[in-house]
Design a protein. Sequence first.
Length: 452
Amino acid sequence: MPNYDFDLLVIGAGSGGVRAARMAANKGVKVGIIEDRYWGGTCVNVGCVPKKLYSYASHFAEDFKDAAGYGWTLAEPEFDWVTLRDNQRQEILRLNGIYQRLLEGSGVERIDGRGKLVSAHEVQVGDKTYSAERLLIATGSWPYVPDFPGAEHCLTSNEVFNLPEFPKRFLVYGGGYIATEFASIFHGLGAETYQVYRGDKILRGFDEEVRGFVQDEMQQQGVNFYLGREILRIDKHLNALAVTLSDGRTLEVDAVLCATGRRGNVESLGLEQVGITPNSLGEISIDANFCTQVPSIYALGDVTGGPQLTPVALAEAMTLVHNLYSEEENRVMDYSNIATAVFCHPNIGTVGMSEEEAREQYRKIRVYTTSFKPMRNTLSGNPGKSLMKLVVDDASDRVLGCHVVGPDAGELVQGIAIALKAGLTKQDFDATVGIHPTSAEELVTLRSVTRN
Ligand code: NDP
């Protein structure tokens, strides 16, 4: 066997890459990991973690208002962007350090720089070339910005967390996870917020009822939606941006966040050099064992075009390392019933099928749905409502989907995801005694079928 520098050389120290490197090293494998930008990847640096911190910050606005009905008198709250931004930066630096120490503690060699594939077993970083028995591409994804005049004035999620100043008028372009979360976050922090989306309802792919409910709630809170429109051009006027929409209207704002999807991060990775051809979205195709067209090169996470979610990359990494370096039988990654949350306001937590998907796949379904004012909103006078919904296969009684819109929906749905994964039935839900008084108890007390 050739004398390689490493058994496994990982390109990209994001969620999937770091997990694969550490797990493999813990099994005694000689591992190197290459990263040129963010130790910890998108999630830790410019994704899930700072987003959640900003979402917490944003929720305070509502909390301060709600407090009055509960007897509190507060001075007029003021928000200071620089404090939030810099505290966030400190926290991310702390997490970067933890990631680096975790890798070192596992015996993984860290290599700073941009990795470029030069052969089926070699990666070049600067003027050095490293060899390995196996290479793992875990380079993640990168924001995609459509081409229109003035697109260069757009921010992406890479920049939005660290703006020098708070944009008082903020426009998000897109209707997916990032756009909807940031519309809520900046609106809560006090910006006049616009969300421009080409479709007629945000969050395509989610349950229709959930989409409509969330959009209505956000609109009621004061987010301005411009639906069925695209951005035609952006012109910079002194410090403001004039955004012209496809209906001819122009909106003047201080910042535009383009959140129109993420593509595989494969630029200058040297894929052509080794005979791997990504698709037009920059995604690398892999087999069930994460192997690319080249037998010694593996790939996982966002760059492979699966669900772009940190826990998916982590699970893929653990499956791959198990299959490569354990004596036990191979495992197959199970992509069914992956729960997810959107941290817009109100939050969405969802697992399993939407009502529409279930209708397509099952002969007869039962839908149980309820919307209500959470108890916390009674004394506060907050008009916000919550939605809870179960989609059930009529023949087997199995719960196929659970959708929650309301405070901490993700926290609630994580538990329900176990029930769906276990294949539990509506009868099992009904047999569960609720926790009173909570919103969550609605999920075990939904008795009347809303529609078949
Ligand atoms: P999404 O795929 O969620 O949404 C992209 C949005 O951009 C869609 O509304 C899409 O419209 C629109 N769009 C795409 N291309 C164009 C175009 N050329 N012109 C105008 N609009 C366009 O991507 P995001 O960027 O929001 O997020 C990327 C991924 O990151 C998510 O899919 C998710 O997997 C992950 N993520 C997860 C989070 C979480 O778990 N909470 C949070 C943030 C991100 P249309 O619907 O019509 O296609």
